[in-house]
Design a protein around this ligand. Structure first.
Ligand code: SAH
Length: 270
């Protein structure tokens, strides 16, 4: 049982992906939802999930079976009596590194329960920064397997062997990949059909056209002496759209010159 190549038995088995549900499985209270977008998360902290994803719109969609979440507890694949998952860095230095053999056992087990085309993503500060386009593209696929690092991160060999896509939440260092994983899942799940009540709302928000969103206002019409811009109260839809567009452009130009020049270059080549 302590052979690291043999994952320990689970207290509750998981169902393998099958092309369709058989009558017996339809009676199972938690069948594997075939062809439903799936996030798998390999983590030392499975109790951190669903976390915020279990609340509000993403939580309702999870209950309604519009997407599914599976946590893969890395500890179960650990070595020996203490289920060790880490060791000291080769070459010395502070902290611990996650072992490649333990991580590989967890990955090989997890990948039997997800479509082979689902990307294998390692959340890492060295990765490509998360973007709306990334979320959009992930939402069109079957799902994703996410790997949350802890301590000093993963042994490089396991990253190379599985040709992992590395994705970063931003230019700062977190203690673990779980918050980054939840961010990527949230940004993706809200784009799945039926998750947001109002489908139109993802078409007009920030980044949809490579621009930041215009300012928003609501009642009361006057607050602390400040009024809502009169054009928004005019009822002229054409004027409102024009105003919003120019606000969007101005905000993007001032705050995010990087997004602004990309937007200009794209529109020139169209
Ligand atoms: N020693 C590493 C940082 C390890 S932080 C380095 O300097 O690059 C521990 C884990 O937290 C990482 O393995 C990664 O999974 C996660 N993490 C930290 N910062 C992150 C970020 N900006 N985006 C995504 N994941 C991050």
């Amino acid at each position: 049982m302590d052979d690291p190549n043999t994952p320990p038995n689970r207290s509750h088995g998981r169902k393998a992906i099958r092309p369709s549900l058989k009558p017996r499985e339809l009676m199972d209270p938690t069948p594997e939802l075939v062809r439903v977008w799936k996030a798998q998360v390999i983590t030392l902290l499975p109790e951190a999930f669903p976390g915020i994803l279990g609340l509000s719109l993403t939580g309702r969609a999870l209950k309604d079976g519009l997407w599914q979440l599976e946590t893969v507890p890395l500890r179960q694949f650990g070595e020996g009596k203490h289920r060790n998952v880490d060791d000291t860095p080769a070459g010395g230095g502070a902290g611990m590194v996650l072992r490649p053999d333990v991580m590989a056992a967890a990955i090989d087990d997890a990948r039997t329960r997800i479509a082979p085309s689902a990307p294998l993503i390692y959340l890492s500060p060295r990765g490509r920064p998360m973007t709306q386009n990334m979320a959009r593209s992930l939402a069109t696929g079957p799902g994703m397997t996410l790997i949350c690092g802890r301590f000093e991160g993963l042994d490089q060999r396991v990253i190379d062997h599985y040709n992992m896509v590395e994705v970063s939440l931003g230019d700062f260092v977190l203690t673990g990949g779980e918050i980054a994983a939840q961010s990527l899942i949230d940004a993706t799940v809200r784009l799945l059909p039926g998750v947001l009540g109002n489908e139109a709302s993802t078409e007009e928000e920030s980044f949809s056209d490579g621009l930041l969103e215009h300012p928003q206002y609501t009642r009361p019409a006057e607050w602390r002496g400040m009024e809502i811009p009169s054009v928004l109260m005019s009822g002229h839809h054409g004027e409102i759209a024009k105003w919003r567009r120019s606000q969007s452009e101005e905000l993007t130009r001032n705050r995010r010159p990087d997004l602004w020049s990309a937007h200009r270059a794209r529109n020139k080549s169209d």
